[in-house]
Design a binder for this molecule. Structure first.
Ligand code: IMP
Length: 205
């Protein structure tokens, strides 16, 4: 990728305000102005694929096609060893896929049920970030982050979202939902992926 210097204004292919804040502060330090896709009238794209990277690429392309600007998208989820990667790319709709409702509570209930009686509690949050300079970019920049922990049955903590109350970090003796937001944002799968993306951008500058 040789046009890294053209990345002054970049669309974020997400409508999540928390992500925008998190990404904007780190990318701002690298001289990149991040604009939420909703501000430019871009609707949410579908996430139909079996891999995180394909979903992120589809979202980034969609935003870039509709705005004519470079775009960044992320896709993420919780992967467990015992369930061979599930919930994985289906994290947001894990309960719904089993006939339940689309909610964090239902997703967590299904996760705990699927792991009942399982000794192997290892899990990680995975995040992939994709940056395209234009919709047909043949060399998208791709970065990944993994945040390792364990799934616990009883929820702990009130911060965060999604699977955070069940995602326990032994080194911190806390779940992700017990961390204050700044601490989570500094150590999470998204933070790891974002730092990798920034390092790549620096190499290319
Ligand atoms: P998305 O990539 O923002 O669409 O996230 C997909 C799903 O993965 C979310 O709906 C959550 O269920 C789960 N997920 C991703 N990141 C996190 C996190 O930091 N905490 C809790 N759940 C997460």
């Amino acid at each position: 990728m040789s046009e890294a210097n053209d990345l002054k204004r970049v669309v974020l292919a997400s409508n999540n305000a928390g992500k925008l804040r998190e990404f904007a502060s780190l990318l701002g330090a690298a001289g990149i102005e991040l604009i939420a896709q909703a501000e430019l009238g871009v609707p949410e794209a579908e996430e139909p694929h079996a891999t995180f990277v394909e979903n992120a690429l589809a979202k980034a392309r969609h935003a870039s096609t509709l705005t004519g600007l470079p775009a960044i998208a992320d896709d993420s989820g919780l992967c467990t060893h015992a369930l061979r990667g599930a919930p994985g790319v289906h994290s947001a709709r894990y309960a719904q896929l089993a006939g339940g409702e689309k909610s964090d509570a239902a997703n967590n209930a299904r996760l705990v049920a699927e792991l009942a009686g399982t000794a192997d509690r290892r899990a990680y949050y995975f995040c992939v970030l994709v940056l395209v300079r234009h919709a047909d970019d043949p060399e998208p920049l791709i970065a990944e982050g993994r945040w390792h922990g364990e799934v616990i049955d009883a929820p702990r903590g009130a911060n965060g979202f999604g699977y955070d109350p069940h995602f326990f970090l032994p080194a911190l003796n806390a779940t992700a939902a017990e961390l204050d937001p700044a601490r989570k944002n500094a150590s999470s799968h998204r933070a790891i992926a974002l730092r990798q993306l920034l390092a790549r951008l620096k190499e290319l500058a």
